[in-house]
Design a protein around this ligand. Structure first.
Ligand code: SF4
Ligand code: SF4
Length: 266
């Protein structure tokens, strides 16, 4: 999929392309070509730090006869991921949640009762506390919309990226197989009397193969402007929505920057 031109972000004429490499559970791997290191890093940072989500921020405790301190329970509650199916979330928005339980038994995240049906727990089976017979908790919580740069509990995803690799083998290679043996990622193989990189996206560019080659016949290097972007959403919103929100967050930052610059050069 051709999604634009790199000149739009200050680079060459190379087209920007994105393709999905694979999906493992809820982890998505994309191959992104035609962008700079700083551009892909801006996407990563905006996705993790600037997309608003809901998380429990304020806890009013009416009763807690459990064996855990109030602060301990509050900390656990804050880390429970919440999803919101309403329109765009604005930083600072608040939604009340109620929690009341009596032992014996384990209190799970499904017991959190939101006063807005659009706000739900991502997983209903996160244990919060174990209560013995007669022990009770009663609290009123406030989920507040915030961003990951303030606290990790608001991060909607874990995002990383890495360079992709390309391989060159010189005619000195005698097919001894040492490079295949030492590769910690098992990405090299012998095919039709040649050493090939069968998975350039899993190579970490550790250069172990180069160091251990007795003939110095192997060269492995990063491909210019080509990255593997790995996104692991935490369930706050579907991936397409997360990508839209990231683009919005970046756009907002650029507009802010434009405004500030305009003020200085009036
Ligand atoms: S270690 Fe060097 S010589 Fe041996 S197969 Fe690999 S590239 Fe060829
Ligand atoms: S650089 Fe490291 S991971 Fe990549 S092929 Fe060589 S040994 Fe394997």
């Amino acid at each position: 999929m051709d999604v634009g031109r790199k000149k739009d972000i200050g680079g060459s004429e190379m087209p920007i392309t994105v393709s999905k490499i694979r999906e493992e559970g809820n982890i998505y791997y994309f191959l992104v070509k035609g962008v700079s290191n700083s551009f892909i890093n801006s996407i990563r940072r905006a996705m993790m730090n600037n997309v608003p989500t809901f998380a429990i921020e304020n806890v009013r405790i009416y009763e807690n006869s459990s064996s855990l301190f109030d602060e301990f329970i509050a900390h656990r509650l804050a880390l429970i991921p919440l999803s919101y199916s309403g329109s765009k979330i604005k930083e600072g928005e608040k939604i009340k949640i109620l929690l009341e339980a009596e032992g014996p038994g384990t209190v799970y995240s499904k017991e959190l009762k939101s006063t807005d049906p659009k706000l739900e727990v991502v997983s209903k089976s996160i244990p919060i506390i174990k209560l013995k017979k007669g022990q009770k908790i009663k609290m009123e919580l406030e989920a507040v919309a915030g961003v990951g740069k303030e606290h990790a509990k608001w991060q909607p995803a874990t995002v990383s990226f890495s360079e992709t690799a390309e391989l060159k083998i010189s005619k000195e290679c005698n097919l001894c197989g040492k490079c295949i043996e030492v590769c910690p990622r098992n990405v090299l193989e012998k095919k039709a009397n040649k050493i090939v990189l069968q998975n350039p996206y899993d190579c970490t560019l550790c250069k172990e193969c180069e160091e251990k080659c007795p003939k110095k016949a192997i060269e492995i290097s990063a491909v210019q402007n080509s990255f593997v972007l790995v996104i692991e959403p935490h369930g706050h919103m579907p991936l397409p929505e997360l990508i839209n929100q990231t683009a919005e967050a970046l756009k907002g930052k650029i507009q802010e920057f434009k405004k500030e610059i305009a003020k200085k050069i009036k």
